[in-house]
Ligand binder design. Sequence first.
Ligand code: ADP
Length: 481
Amino acid sequence: MRVLFVSSEIFPLIKTGGLADVSGALPTALQASGIDVKCLIPGYSTVLEKVENITYLGTLEVFKNISCDLLTGTVPNSKLEVIIVKHAGLYERDGGPYTHPQGHDWSDNPMRFGVLSKVASLLSIYQSFWDWVPDIVHCNDWQTGLAPYYMRQQGLTDAKSLLSIHNIAFQGNFEQHWVKSLELSPKDFQIDGFEFYQQVSFLKAGIFYADKLSTVSPTYALEIQTEAFGFGLQGLLQLRSSDITGILNGIDTEEWNPEADPYLPFVYSEKKLSGKAKVKTALQQQLHLTVQQDAPLLGVVSRLTHQKGLDILIGSMPELIALGCQFAILGGGEKSFEAQFNAYAEQYPNQVSVTIGYNEPLSHLIMAGVDIFMMPSRFEPCGLNQLYGLRYGTPPVVSNTGGLADSICHSNADTILNNTATGFVIENVNKMSLLVTIKQALSIWKDKKTWAKIQKNGMKKDVGWKHSADAYVALYEKLLN
Ligand code: ADP
């Protein structure tokens, strides 16, 4: 079975969030399950720098005035083959994959990801220009949402399309004039098409035209069909309900392995947890926090956005600081969150450390060094950090939504007794609920024996990709039948 896996970010080539982690690890796990998979990615400068063994494949006319070169190569330290869409004017720039260095979205994002989607559809055409033709085009998020549409528009392919929704809040909705330059048919600019409130919607196109849909957790698959979580697309998703599958993400257990993590000054395992306390000390030293084992250290590694519920955490910090808690915060995003976290760091430098920006090594150090990991998200399609928390013996405090609800079992007398407790679940995303739950966690944390039990329950969990990859293979088979 041949699968073209299309994504706008793939770790370790380029990453802004969980989509990259999934796009780096899932195709590798699929390969291990016998699937012939190739990834398609835009040729951002960093991708061109990092991909190895690059060779020129051919030139494609994508739209009337846009041609691009296709290159192939391999991801470093992996057997994964990528096809790169090379177009210097569209992709080779400073800044992020979606944003200008000053933070605003690139104004030509519709063209940048329209081209990616169109190339995916062209590669699905039988004998288009090489002999590798996919059976399935696996699209991911809005950036690839037009691919299923183009596949149908051309009507020249036997390949099936699957759209995985990693976050329905990001939809890629753009002004109507893009219909022309993206060579979309004006007749499909309507409710039974890619139109969404008078705009061209990449994600809606994907949801409407893909043969099957998936999301990254079973609970999120249900949530997005409701008004509270569907961001306006719930009606269409209800219509497509029987085509939606929720598959919980796994994690790359080699990249995230406390027994052999090159970013950690000390390693540890479920059987020998003592190294974790040493990492805590090293982290406190590095972040200039008071070095103190009996001060509970809470961690955040996240995009700093409303979705992540961090305003609730910010509101709770004075009480938690008064209780003696320390904080190791890493993230970037909305300026007001950055400023509020920074204000606490200035006021309580021995208890609060804030690092603004993206920092891979520090994210590993925080995951290993803190006692409790915080994820009070308002919605969380899957969430990866809580899974890293399980693997690193760092029980997470999570809200009761999406993949958090599917992966974390709240610690109470029963679940501690039957060894299923792995973290703490907030009932509602508000300050009262958060404080109650953190205080519960802190009181159990003081009982070192019970805490170690919860840590070990999490560390024993199989959070790798094998199980999820099997579920995707089953879904692919269903698509082809
Ligand atoms: P989302 O995709 O919504 O941002 P996820 O929990 O699914 O959230 O994935 C986020 C990924 O990005 C995790 O691997 C997390 O460790 C990483 N991450 C987020 N912010 C940072 C940061 N500032 N520095 C390093 N890694 C980060």
